[in-house]
Design a binder for this molecule. Sequence first.
Ligand code: C2E
Ligand code: CA
Ligand code: CA
Length: 707
Amino acid sequence: MKLRLGLQARFLLAMALVLLVVLVLLGLLLRQQQLVQRESQTISGAVIHSMVDEYLHSHGRALASSLADNLANPLYYSDLDAIGELLRDQMRDELVDYLLVFDAQDRLVHDGSTEITGFGRQMPDPLARRAVDAREPVSQATPEVLEISVPIRVGSKRIGGVRVGLSLTTANRYEQRSAERLHEQIEELSRRQRGWLWLLLALLLGVVVVTAGWVQRTLVWPIRQLAASARRIEAGDYSVRQHGGKRNDELGDLQRAFDRMSEAVARHDREVRRMAYTDALTGLSNRLAFRDALEHRLSLLRGTGRQLALLFADIDDFKRVNDTLGHEAGDEVLLQCATRIREAVRRHGGEDALLSRFGGDEFVVVVQEGDVRTVATRLAEAMVGELRRPLEVQQRQLVLGISIGITLFPEDASSATALMKNGDIAMYQAKMAGKNGYRFYSRAMDHAVERRVHMEQELRGAWERGELSVVYQPVCRTTDGKVVGAEALLRWQHPMLGTIAPSVFIDVAEQSGLIESLGPRVLHAACAEAMRWMELGGEKLFVSVNISPRQLRRGDLPDIVADCLRETGLPASCLHLELTETAVLTDELQAAALLARLHSTGVKVWLDDFGTGFSGLSHLRRVPVDGVKIDRSFVADLQRDPDDLALTTAIIAMAHSLGITVVAEGVEKEAQYNLLAERGCDLVQGYWLSHPVSAAEFTHLLARRTR
Ligand code: C2E
Ligand code: CA
Ligand code: CA
C-alpha cells in the first residue's frame, strides 16, 4: 500500500523538522556553552593561578625585604628575642610556612619558635644551598613551598639572610577555593541559560501544538469533511448535509461552492435519472426503469406462491410506416399506439399493472392481479382489438396490428431476463402465426425460435427440396359470381416447424435477398399453371402474382416477366402483377417508368393492400395501375365501421372514374360480399368464396364450376 501523506501529516512533519532543527541548534548551543564553560574554567584557573603566583612572589618579596630590613639591627646585636618577636609577628600570616633567619656563616639564628631546634647549625634542607649563597633576593620553589631569601645587610656588609617560605599548599587551597567559587558561579550562569533555552523549547513546542490544533480545526477538518462528502456524492449518495460555512475566507468560499455544486449535481442526477427512466416520446417508463421494477417485483414475489404475467408486445409492420411516411409519422403512430395500450392496460391490467415502452415499437406489460393468466388473456385481446382499429396519422388511415407474447412467473421462468426472453420468443411466435394476435410462451417455442434464426439458411434450399409450393386463391366477379382468375400465394411446409406463414418467411426472403430468386420461380410456376387452366377451356382466367419491393427495385422485372411469358406461352393479358404500395411509393418516378415498361409487355399491374393509408387516393392518378386491391382490414370492418365503408365506397368510385378495376380481398362473410357488390366493386377474393387451394384442387374447382 502506498503511504499517503495527508495535510495534517505534512504539517506535523514540517513542524517536527523545524523542531528537530531547533533541537540540533539547541544541542550545538549547549555543547558550545559547555565548551566555553570548560575553557573559561581552564582560563580562569590559569589566571587565578598566575595571579596567586604573582601575589605570592610579590608578597614573599615584600615580606622578605621588610623582614630583612627590620632584622638587620636585631641580627647585628644578636637580639634573639626581637628577632623571634618579629618572626612570630609574621608567622601569623597563614601563607607563611616558615621563616628562617641565618647569620653570615649560614647558621640558623632563629626559626620563629621558642626552642629554635636547629640553632647554630647549618640548615639541612635542599633549598638552603641557594638561599645562603644568595647575594641578591632569590626565589626558589618546591612543590610545597615558595621560598624567597633575601640577604640581611648592615651598610654594605652582609650579616646574614632571611628565608621566607610561603606555603604553596595553602596558596593552592586558596586558589582552588576561588576557582571552585568561580566555577560555581559560571555553572549557575549556564544553568540559568539552559533553563531559558528549555523554556524557549517548551514555548516552541507549545506553539507547534497550538498551531497544529488550529490547522486541524480550521483547515484539515473542513477539507476532510468536503472530501468525505465528495466521496459520498461520487458513490451516488446525495443526502450529504450542507456545509453552509459562514467563514469569510477561501475555505468558506470553497464550502459554499461545494454546496452549490453538490446541489447542482444532485439536481442533475435527479434529472438524468428521470430522463434515464422515462421514454421521451411516450412518457412511459423505459427499458431501464422496467427492468428495475420487474426485478424488484420478482424479489417480492419469490417464495410467496403468487404469479405474474409478462406481455411482450410488438407493433406489426411498424417499420413500413417509418420507411414510407417518415419518422415523424412513425412517432405519431407510436404515441397513438401507446395511448391505446395504456387505455387497455388501465381497463384490464388491474391496479398494479406496469407498462413500459421497451424501445422501438416494443411495449411490455406486467400484470399481477387475480388469476394472471385470465387477466393477461383479457388484456392481450383488448390490446389486439385496440390496435386493429385504424389509426389516423397525417390525415391518413393506417391499419397496423400488434403481436403479443405472454409468459408467466414462476411457471415459465423465475428471472427477469428469462421472462423477457420468453416474452420475446412468444411474441415472435405470434408474428409467425400471422401477426395481430397473442401467444402464450411454451418451452417448445425455444426450439422453434432457434430454428427461426436458421430460417434463412433453411429457406435457401427450400424450393429445391420441394418444401415450397404455390397455392391459388380464386378471384370472383361480383356481377355473376364467376371465378375469373386466382392469386398465386407461396406456401412453405417446413419439415419441423410445419406451415410457416408467408408474412414471416417472405420477410426473411426479402431481407436476405432470397426473394430475388424465389420471385421469378413463383412467377414461372404461376404462369405455367395458368396455361393449364387455358387448356381446360372456358373463359380466359388470369393469375395474379405478388411482386416484392426488392424485385421491383432490381429493375429487370420487365425482362423476367417477358421471359416467363415467352417460355410458358401465357398471353400477357392473363398475368397480373400485385405490387405493394410501399414499393411503388418509395420512388414514384422510378416506379412510374417501371410500370410503363411492364405495361408495354401487356401485363396488368395491381396495387396490393390498398387503403392501409400509405398512399392517398390522389396517388392513383399519378401511378398508372390497372387495378387496386382494397386491403382486407377494411373489408373486415365494413359492417361495423361506417368510416371503412365510406372509404371503400370512395376508393371504388375514384378507381372507376380513372378506369381502374377494384378488387376487394379478405371477404369472409356474405354480408361483406353484398355490401361490396352493391357499391360496384368489380372483383372479390376471400375465405367466404374460397381459401387458397393447391393447384390440383383449383383445377378441380374450375372443372366443377364449368360443369
Ligand atoms: P396478400 O398479397 O395480401 O395476400 C392475401 C393474403 O390474404 C393471403 O395470405 C391469403 O391467404 C389471405 N386471405 C385470403 N382471403 C382471406 C380472408 O377471407 N380472410 C383473411 N383473413 N385472409 C385472407 P397469405 O397467403 O398468408 O400471404 C400473406 C402475404 O404474403 C401476402 O399478402 C403477400 O403479401 C405475401 N406473399 C404470399 N405469396 C407471395 C409471393 O409469392 N411473393 C411475394 N412477394 N409475396 C407473397
Ligand atoms: Ca396479394
Ligand atoms: Ca393484399
